[in-house]
Design a binder for this molecule. Structure first.
Ligand code: AMP
Ligand code: MG
Length: 271
């Protein structure tokens, strides 16, 4: 089961969001099995993050996007459970402030990109500037339409400077969103999450799907691929995201630094 290959959006290919089933569980039909596999993977992630931190050469940027109630917060708390908080931080991007709006759209994002050895998670990201901004015409089309290339160029700069980028779209269905928003109304542990905007935004479902389809299709690159994660089942979503992260970190062949490397790091040479 190579979930990384299966859910990665091929760079340059034709991408249609409707080809992706939010209910897919890839033959893992038991929640219990998925939870056990995920536990194993999150354990490995704890170890890999330790080495990433010690090696201090590269960083990992995880971008999470999805409709309201798609599970961005839940994914973070499940997948990162156990990871040393010293080497990991989350940035949630909300509506830009006045100061942020006085700058280019990437300005507020760049300063939160993780430094060497760190895992940085973006709960929403610069992609909002081609999603909510496009759906609500917050800037003219000739402004947002240029942003796909600008995003690709920005992410390429990061990748060339040792930032490994993984982007996840948590794909839920419209019915599942309705169910989750209803649940928020009755569950006192979830009702704090209700936002007046959620019901209003739901009316723009199709516009958002079109905006996501373009963002994912145009910005899935070799150096910063998009993954479309079936997210109707939370247990499968957690399994898929953790497996893709662990796979990617495995590929980096992370190593604890040797004494020679440490001596170099402590010298003035920039590396
Ligand atoms: P939440 O993630 O539920 O706390 O909501 C954050 C809100 O901020 C969402 O409604 C986003 O659409 C909005 N938001 C995030 N980034 C931007 C942006 N660049 N422009 C406008 N709205 C944004
Ligand atoms: Mg919300």
């Amino acid at each position: 089961m190579n979930l990384r290959k299966q859910f990665m959006v091929k760079p340059g290919g034709k991408f249609r969001l409707s080809d992706h089933d939010p209910d897919e569980v890839c033959n893992v039909d038991e929640k219990k099995e998925a939870v056990e596999l995920t536990l194993h993977l999150t354990g490995r992630l704890v170890h890999l993050q330790k080495v990433l931190y010690a090696e201090h050469k590269r960083s990992l940027l995880i971008i999470l996007q999805g409709m309201d109630a798609s599970g961005k917060d839940g994914t973070i708390s499940h997948v990162m459970s156990g990871v040393n908080p010293q080497g990991c931080y989350v940035t949630a991007f909300k509506e830009p402030t006045k100061v942020e709006l006085d700058h280019d759209f990437l300005w507020r994002v760049h300063q939160h990109v993780p430094g060497r050895g760190i895992i940085g998670i973006f709960n929403r990201s610069h992609y909002e500037d081609v999603l909510v901004v496009r759906v609500h015409n917050l800037v003219p089309k000739d402004v947002w339409s240029k942003r796909y290339d600008q995003i690709n160029a920005f992410e390429e700069i990061l990748a060339e400077n040792n930032v490994v980028i993984l982007k996840f779209f948590l794909n839920i269905s419209k019915d599942e969103q309705a169910r989750r928003l209803e649940e928020r109304k009755i569950d006192p542990e979830k009702s704090w999450k209700i936002s007046e905007a959620d019901e209003a935004e739901r009316k723009f479902w199709d516009d958002y799907q079109a905006a996501y389809q373009d963002a994912i299709g145009k910005c899935s690159t070799k150096y910063a691929p998009w993954f479309v994660i079936p997210a109707n089942k939370k247990w499968f979503r957690n399994l898929a995201v953790s497996q893709i992260i662990v796979d990617m970190l495995d590929d980096l062949k992370l190593k604890y630094p040797t004494q020679v490397n440490l001596a170099k790091r402590n010298s003035k040479a920039r590396q």
